[in-house]
Design a binder for this molecule. Sequence first.
Ligand SMILES: O=C(O)C(=O)C[C@H](O)[C@H](O)COP(=O)(O)O
Length: 212
Amino acid sequence: MAQRTDLLLPILKGQPVIPVLLIDKASDAVPLARALAAGGLPAIEITLRTPAALEAIRAVADEVPEAIVGAGTILNARQYDEAAKAGSRFIVSPGTTREIREAASGSDVPLLPAAITPSEIMTMREEGYTYLKFFPAEQAGGAAFLKALSSPLAGTFFCPTGGIGLGNAKTYLALPNVVCVGGSWVAPKELVEAGEWAKITALASEASKLSA
Ligand SMILES: O=C(O)C(=O)C[C@H](O)[C@H](O)COP(=O)(O)O
């Protein structure tokens, strides 16, 4: 089945930056999601890299109606299912596998899988995927690499993630094949740990105004 762009696209096009979050304490999730939404970044990706992640997703889905919570670092079908059941509205994977694609085709929750090389991207096109994550963006060749793909692989669009911050986000957003960027810089660990929600809202606000 093709990618559910009807569900995914409004999320990716709704804001220039998708915050990528690593949440150690589930109780931080609700104030963090509220702080980011207040700054203009309602869609957030909570990575399944901490034991608290699923509880964090559940809490945001239940208690923060203004947020659009997604799950990141999904590596297999079991995690896809758990993240969807917790209330994720989109799923992000750092790569692409047959198992993940099969999980996506049996789910109403859309998948943003990642690809880097022309062959990986062409394979995903054959599978009906038009929107891909490009990860790890900076390390894999950065904006220059993505720009080089834009003509031969026109019609595929990316959310680059990895090594992106306020300083280089615009370079990516200016590319014809970039729909938005992802990054953790809007929710630094120290600010989350200190409960500095107003400072996170300020970072989100700055990021939400980014454009090409
Ligand atoms: O877990 C995933 O699926 C990821 O998205 C990997 C990285 O956490 C993001 O790429 C954020 O990278 P930074 O903004 O450089 O911190």
